[in-house]
Design a protein around this ligand. Sequence first.
Ligand SMILES: Nc1nc2c(ncn2[C@@H]2O[C@H](COP(=O)(O)OP(=O)(O)O)[C@@H](O)[C@H]2O)c(=O)[nH]1
Ligand SMILES: [Mg+2]
Length: 367
Amino acid sequence: MRKVVIIAPTYNEKGSIEHLIEEIFDQQKKVTNWEINILVVDSHSTDGTAEAVKKLQKKHSGLFLMETEKEGLGKAYLRGFNYCEEKLSPYLIIQIDADGQHDPKKIPDFIKKIEDGADFVIGTRYSKGGSIPKNWGFHRKILSIGANIFVRIGFMKPGVTEWTNGFRAMKSWVVKGSLEHIKNFSGYVFQIAMIDYALKHNAKIAEIPVDFKERKFGISKINAFQYSSQTVFYVLNHSSFIKYIFVGLSGFVIDFGISYVGIEKAHMIVWVATVISSETAIVSNFLLNNFWSFSHKKLEGKFNFLVSFLKFNLVSSGSVVIQAAGIQLFVFLFGRKLWYLYKVLIILLVIIPYSYILYNKFIWKNK
Ligand SMILES: Nc1nc2c(ncn2[C@@H]2O[C@H](COP(=O)(O)OP(=O)(O)O)[C@@H](O)[C@H]2O)c(=O)[nH]1
Ligand SMILES: [Mg+2]
């Protein structure tokens, strides 16, 4: 028998918590080889949520309550995860909103995916079969859809369609491992941080479509401004792809700067200045990518470092050849007047994806 703890965070959810708890325990009959426990993490609700839970504790021995300060959803979950690891030692942890927006009947589907081999199952509203409330206003739709698209592109993970929903199942090792990382994010953004952590540690991710129902009781506690700014900040800070783009730009500045000084000021032979400037940019790009963009996959061992540096040079030479051939082709077809436009297009559409994919496949491989 494996143990699953379902964590439901609450702040003033008296209207829905009792029904939610009963419905969750009701799923037990569908997952007979699992022992369902519930942990409610309540941030001192003022509407009697905790009291309602305490009443139900008399009936259900697998119902736990943790009372915490009101410090944001991320902090509430962090405390809940710690409580789980210290006191309950589950195999699996499932997160669910306590306001009735997530349907507990989906819990067996999450468990099934775990049984099929996933480490982390995301309940997604943004793939076929999932949905968001029809009555959501324009700004709420934009906030949710926009945040998810932004994160998907920012992390170059189009396959993960949902980053912000709080309905998910995670094996204990993923949660335990992520605690050090997510403790820095007290708000809703910790949901994104957990998926980011899981992906960077090669957790097997699966998705199931879920509906996000309308709230029947109480009000949403999300702070739109804080949430969107934290999301943007998180992605800028943690996306290998975005850092890689910045490294590329810095390489351009170094290359151009050294060439300029060499040719204009030091009156060096042009090709010599070019070799020095481009190789300096290559070295600097390699180091910055290793210690910054792909720092979670940092190269280990001197030999590996050296071989990877040679591969990096090879990939860089490849992009020179692609650029030269591409631009020549455009010039041949459309004349040379707009050569700089062709160059920009080739860099954006070919060179950036080409290098990023090769770096990930051959140099900074997943560990
Ligand atoms: N313990 C705790 N729960 C919270 C806090 N903020 C939100 N929640 C709970 O987290 C769940 C999702 O929050 P909600 O406000 O509905 O967000 P939305 O569904 O994105 O609008 C609900 O069950 C809330 O009661 C908090 O600071 N502490
Ligand atoms: Mg809600």
